[in-house]
Design a binder for this molecule. Sequence first.
Ligand SMILES: [Zn+2]
Length: 301
Amino acid sequence: MSTESSLRADIVEVGRRMYARGYTASNDGNISVRIDETRLLMTPKSVCKGFMTPDMMCVTDLDGRKLQGDRDPSSEMQMHLEVYRQRPDVRAVVHAHPPIATGFAVAGIPLNRAVLAEVLTTLGSIPIAEYATPSTKELPVAVRKYVKAHDGMLLANHGALTIGGDLFAAYYKMETIEHFAKISLVARLLGGENLIAREEVARLQDLRTTYGIKAPAPICPDPTAIGDLLSSPDPLACQIVDAPAGGGQRLVSDARRDAPDSSLSSVPTGVPAGAPEDDGEIRLTYRELSALIEDAIKSVR
Ligand SMILES: [Zn+2]
């Protein structure tokens, strides 16, 4: 069991890393850790997380009453308390505004595509909790919907939240989310992701068991595969991952860049980009379209 003084030092270190990596600006973000079954250590409000000292932390109970500390606890304390209420297994909560992941949260795009094996085996999917006014009771309500089945989520037009069995586990999940967001952004700028096929996602799900990777919930079954369009996956019970059927392929080109609705009911059946679909429509990447226009101009000359 970690001692309180080492937990205080760990919070200082994680705050320093978050600020150094640009996950927070000014006084943004907050961190909390369980000391024992009845008490929490919580970062104080109105301090830059890059320059904290161990004595700044507040000790609170699980209802948010301050038991010790010269400063007041974070204004987002209620969100942390809700996580501990819903997930007795959780011992640390980290909240930050990492800019690329927060960009996805602002654009309303969840990080739920099957793209990276290590993300699928650890976090699964990263949904977006509905917009809530920061520091109000709305935020814990928004987080409650996803926290039972997810260890990380985006907060609409706000930031990201990660949780774990210890402070560094929670912090590393924040790193993973921002890293995943960066890779997703670059892949989309380069023409779109190749998605890991649903069958391969099932294999990765099995690896969780093989390697003893703790995940709060399984990946949801593909609703198109079970042929029941009325029963949409429940984000309270499982992790919704956007993965197309592979039809024997392990990677499938994403042919849906023009369709903003990426719900599972519209998953493609493995049609490569540019190939005709059932409706006869041909979809091209920006690069392919540019090449066609260039060729056309050359032939006119
Ligand atoms: Zn915030």
